[in-house]
Design a protein around this ligand. Structure first.
Ligand SMILES: Cc1cc2nc3c(=O)[nH]c(=O)nc-3n(C[C@H](O)[C@H](O)[C@H](O)COP(=O)(O)OP(=O)(O)OC[C@H]3O[C@@H](n4cnc5c(N)ncnc54)[C@H](O)[C@@H]3O)c2cc1C
Ligand code: FES
Length: 508
């Protein structure tokens, strides 16, 4: 099949008629066996790798905007001139090729080293940066500090035992058994030494002294900082299940949590998942893929209803039921005796173990203790600066003024956390970049991905374009005349177009 695909692709070294590529268009082809896209913007031609450096999304099916291209799968954005990954979730650049125009024909020549990105755009860099939190935001910030040419000390402190990892994968392919262990770390072990990032693992910061500019671990060890980024993420909400042994109950936040569920699933036949939001449902899908009988227990009437409304929720419920998941909605687990769980309506389910996915709370204890302004999260301004001088916050902990909704919001999305980490890093270096990205998240259930752009906490109308049954639709969340958010199923290009229109304020 791959050979047949390749045979149909143009050999870009042999020349492509310029009339064959529209202005703002892309052509997928091959260069010495490698998949490359040839893109045109006015008189400028660019040739870059066709495969996104995040999860290999097909960039030719993405969206060009000026001299950038956005990936259709999770909205990474790359410079076509330099290949640089301008926006997460991709962190690594695309390969670039030289393009030569001869008359009306474009030839893709040799691979080129990307022109050196202008380094050290910093106006006022601190001597050292401490990042508390080794997750999406923390790693993206450390990465961006070095990319921007920061030469000072970077210390990345994480309460996790594992280096920063691809957290979204922990409930999806890794848990389903289709992603390998070595795909999960965001960076290989040697990266930290090469980038001179002092990675301190299994270490919890217990104290932040704003005046003295230091943080202290619970072991007593202290680190002074010039600038500080708080990227402490969120902790799973823990609810007591009367009668349950701790060893029966699993939560999912860390690599270790996911491994523990995988180990447990190996000898189990049946699981109860408590919670019908994203984590619970993704866990349900992945454990079905491992052949377990899965029962989802949740107080909600419809899965995902709070975030996505009853229309999407009903469709997702049907999808899971088609894959064999049994729902017990409007129920809670009232008691566990041995392997038997009793639900609030008195019905009983035998289960080898229980996974609780009932939401998270932002990890704000450190910021609270230090006296920083708290607003159901750590309050930050548009530059992601907290109320403490030289102290920034990013990711699941941060509540920021979102220019698109006009409200202060806090979200729990991977891409938002990474992009905030990147913007915070630039602001630590004095660049005064506003965080104005349109929120985006994706969720995966079996082979179905939902992409969501914007932010809708309350809406008064939902417009559905297309059909759930055909797995081809866009769901538009509106308040009055305003479009707050759009969820899409198998409409990746539309999702990118909506994101761009929202950025430009061009969506009513
Ligand atoms: C299983 C799973 C699947 C997900 N899937 C998706 C998805 O498909 N799409 C999506 O958009 N989002 C998804 N999310 C949400 C996404 O992962 C989070 O929004 C994102 O990780 C937030 O990044 P963060 O950097 O704020 O926090 P995290 O990535 O949670 O990192 C926080 C870090 O802070 C550390 N920490 C906390 N307190 C301290 C302390 N006092 N001292 C030292 N270190 C500390 C923690 O150990 C951790 O390393 C998923 C989350 C989970 C758990
Ligand atoms: S595959 Fe391109 S952003 Fe994920």
């Amino acid at each position: 099949m791959a050979d047949a695909d390749n045979a149909a692709k143009a050999d870009l070294t042999q020349g492509v008629a310029l009339d064959g590529i529209a202005d703002g268009g892309m052509l997928a082809g091959l260069v010495d066996g490698e998949d490359v896209i040839l893109a045109r913007r006015g008189d400028d031609l660019f040739a870059v790798s066709a495969s996104c450096t995040h999860y290999h999304g097909p960039l030719a099916e993405g969206l060009m905007d000026g001299d950038t291209v956005r990936c259709p799968w999770h909205h990474a954005c790359f410079s076509l001139r330099t290949g640089e990954a301008l926006r997460a979730p991709a962190l690594d650049p695309l390969a670039c090729w030289r393009v030569e125009k001869v008359g009306n024909t474009a030839f893709v020549r040799e691979k080129v080293t990307a022109p050196a990105i202008e380094k050290m755009r910093a106006r006022s860099a601190p001597e050292s940066v401490v990042i508390v939190g080794g997750g999406a935001a923390g790693l993206a910030a450390a990465d961006m500090l070095r990319r921007e040419g920061f030469a000072g000390a970077i210390t990345l402190i994480s309460a996790d035992a594992a280096p920063p990892c691809d957290r979204p994968n922990l409930s999806k392919d890794y848990l389903a058994g289709t992603a390998q262990e070595e795909w999960i770390p965001l960076r290989p072990p040697e990266y930290y030494a090469q980038q001179r990032i002092d990675l301190v693992l299994d270490a919890r910061v217990a104290l932040l002294d704003v005046e003295q500019k230091l943080v202290q671990l619970d072991s007593g060890k202290a680190y002074r900082f010039g600038a500080l980024l708080l990227a402490t993420g969120a902790d799973p909400v823990r609810i007591p299940l009367p009668g349950a042994e701790d060893s029966q109950v699993h939560y999912l936040r860390t690599f270790a949590d996911s491994r523990a569920i995988v180990a447990r699933a190996a000898s189990a036949k049946r699981v109860v998942v408590v919670g019908a939001s994203f984590i619970g449902l993704e866990v349900a899908a992945s454990l079905r893929a491992r052949g377990l009988e899965v029962h989802v227990v949740a107080p909600d009437k419809t899965p995902l209803e709070r975030v996505m409304g009853p229309e999407v929720g009903g469709f997702i419920r049907k999808l899971h039921e088609e894959h064999g998941v049994v729902f017990h909605l409007g129920q809670t687990v009232s008691r566990v005796e041995g392997s038997r769980a009793t639900l609030s309506d008195g019905s009983k389910i035998d289960a080898d173990f229980i996974v609780l996915g009932v939401g998270v709370r932002p990890s704000i204890a450190l910021a609270e203790q230090a006296g920083l302004t708290i607003d159901r999260g750590i309050a930050v301004d548009e530059y992601l600066q907290t109320s403490g001088p030289g102290i920034f916050a990013a990711g699941d902990v941060a509540r920021w003024p979102d220019p698109h909704s006009g409200s202060k919001i806090r979200v729990e999305h991977w891409v938002v956390a990474q992009r905030q980490g990147q913007v915070a890093a630039k602001n630590i270096l004095g660049q005064r970049v506003k965080f104005d990205a349109v929120p985006f998240f994706w969720s995966q259930h079996y082979d179905l991905a939902i992409n969501y752009v914007g932010h809708a906490e309350k809406w008064d109308r939902v417009e559905i374009d297309g059909s759930f049954d055909a797995k081809d639709c866009a769901v538009v969340y509106k308040l009055g005349k305003r479009t707050l958010a759009v969820a899409t199923i198998y409409r990746d290009l539309q999702s990118l177009q909506v994101e761009l229109a929202m950025e430009q304020g061009a969506l009513s």
